[in-house]
Write a protein that binds this ligand. Structure first.
Ligand code: ATR
Length: 279
């Protein structure tokens, strides 16, 4: 029988996940499907609670349902527990709903593939933003052994809330602290929507940033954000946001369809072409 998985969330119309999973299904000749299922916030609690009735073997979860999905699961992996949010669900052999969060491991997988050894001796990191994406990146960096993660956000209280979640190795900071943090950080990650096409630019001063510091942007439209272009121009290693999107999809596909897929240049090109056609 065809194994069916899906992206669930609201909205899902513009999700690239069907393209990614569709590519892997074809590559491996698997009798499976990956669909788009719109699940409005009002319907989310019931949908995930009654997941067995959907006919799906598992699903991805996107905004705004990641917290509701986590709450409905019978069991969560360590990352989903730490973040209070799940983005990858599957039914186990006994019909229990298991939830994982692969956003953080996707962030790490992308860095591991694009800049091998990136975390050697990395002690301090700065994360711009304090939303859902920041939560995943902070968890990922701390789980990799980074000593301190400074969370810099326009709304300080949200940074403080994340600090409370992640404990003493994270620090809540004001936007004005950024200049001082630049000199000591080995990694700067933008998780805000600033710099995305249609959004305001990310205006930060890179003058104090060490030339060896890595700059990563989670924004992938445009792929080369002004932040990444400025970082590259001054010699900093720079990593774009598309890889995280592709790498976070790997564990779900493996669970649902039994093959661990690879993130290749061909897949990147496919998604980039699709982004270009809709930009
Ligand atoms: P995501 O799930 O992608 O992380 P989010 O939860 O909506 O999205 O978070 C968006 C992040 O971008 C937040 O950190 C937000 O800052 P606030 O907490 O102050 O809202 C940040 N952000 C969005 N627009 C911004 C702007 N114009 N200036 C500064 N930060 C901005």
């Amino acid at each position: 029988m065809t194994r069916r998985a899906a992206i669930t969330g609201f909205p899902v119309a513009h999700s690239r996940s069907p393209l990614v999973h569709g590519h892997w299904l074809a590559e491996h000749g698997i009798d499976g499907s990956y669909e788009k299922v719109a699940v409005s916030p009002d319907a989310a609690a019931a949908f995930y609670r009654d997941f067995r009735e959907s006919g799906l073997v598992g699903c991805n979860v996107t905004v705004p349902n990641k917290e509701a999905a986590a709450a409905a699961c019978d069991e969560l992996d360590e990352a989903a527990r730490a973040m209070g949010a799940a983005n990858t669900l599957w039914l186990d052999d006994t019909g229990r709903l298991i939830g994982a969060n692969t956003d953080g491991s996707g962030f790490l997988g992308n860095l591991d593939q694009s800049l091998p050894g990136w975390d050697d001796g990395l002690s301090h990191a700065v994360v711009l933003g304090a939303g859902g994406a920041a939560r995943a990146v902070i968890w990922a960096l701390l789980s990799r052994g980074v000593k301190t993660v400074a969370i810099v956000n326009r709304t300080y209280q949200k940074a403080a809330d994340l600090k409370a979640r992640f404990g003493p190795d994270s620090i809540a900071c004001h936007w004005e602290d950024l200049d001082d943090l630049m000199g000591t950080t080995g990694l700067l990650v933008n998780t805000t929507s600033l710099g995305m096409s249609g959004q305001p630019p990310l205006e930060i001063d890179l003058r104090n940033l060490s030339e060896s510091a890595i700059v990563a942007d989670l924004v992938y439209v445009p792929l080369e954000t002004p932040l990444l272009a400025r970082a590259r121009a001054r010699g900093n290693p720079a990593v774009d946001g598309l890889g995280m999107l592709l790498h976070q999809a790997v564990p779900g596909f493996e669970r649902w369809f039994g093959v661990r897929p690879r993130v290749t240049d061909e897949l990147r090109a496919l998604v980039l072409a699709d982004l270009g056609s809709q930009a």
